[in-house]
Design a protein around this ligand. Structure first.
Ligand code: FMN
Length: 179
């Protein structure tokens, strides 16, 4: 069984998880972009990792739109974000990102890193909006950030946080090995 890890990472945490997974599975981890889609042809199992931005798993829409290229292959997705990996958060992430034909694709969540000093440009604008939504009393929280972990996410956005831990890859490795 030939496996590849593809990832989209802006500040390195998703890349770190992708490299750990590749190390465990003795395969390659490659930064993903649309022009790398043809790589998929050479593999039986594709693990895709994307960072979470405003509730969306970055890059997953490219995979979804090109799902035909994955026919007969196994796809596993992991998302890297700040929200605690609880059931509601998981369901929200699925709800927003796993529209047909991704409905049955497994999702794993890994905790990421956030340094407010390093956020610039459009991302800074998004963070400003997230902070406002989370801070307001009459809020509708974005998908992927639920009431339970709201306080933690608010603190993380304000002060920064590093939640990266190799333990998050263990269920992903198990899932690949049980194929
Ligand atoms: C603009 C922006 C929006 C974000 N939105 C979310 C979000 O909606 N939910 C979440 O859990 N984390 C969110 N995060 C946190 C990132 O997913 C986290 O920092 C992740 O580790 C970044 O991955 P990377 O290091 O691979 O780029 C956001 C971060 C940024 C900069």
């Amino acid at each position: 069984m030939k496996t590849i890890v593809l990832y989209t990472s802006k500040r390195g945490s998703t890349q770190k998880y992708a490299k750990w997974i590749a190390e465990e599975l003795d395969c390659e981890a490659i930064a993903f972009s649309k022009d790398k889609l043809s790589i998929i042809n050479d593999y039986d199992t594709v693990i895709y990792g994307g960072w979470v931005r405003g509730g969306g798993i970055v890059g997953l829409d490219i995979i979804r739109k090109n799902f035909k290229k994955l026919e007969g292959k196994k796809l596993i997705v992991f998302a890297v974000g700040l929200s605690i990996d609880n059931k509601d958060n998981y369901l929200q992430l699925r709800d927003l990102n796993f529209k047909s034909p991704l409905n049955l694709v497994p999702l794993f969540v890994c905790a990421g890193i956030f340094d407010p000093e390093k956020i610039k440009g459009f991302d800074k604008l998004i963070i400003g909006v997230l902070k406002k939504i989370i801070g307001s009393s009459n809020k509708r929280l974005p998908k992927g950030i639920d009431e339970d972990n709201e306080a933690q996410v608010r603190k993380s956005l304000a002060e920064g946080v590093d939640l990266i831990d190799r333990k998050y890859i263990l269920p992903i490795i198990d899932a690949v090995k049980s194929i």
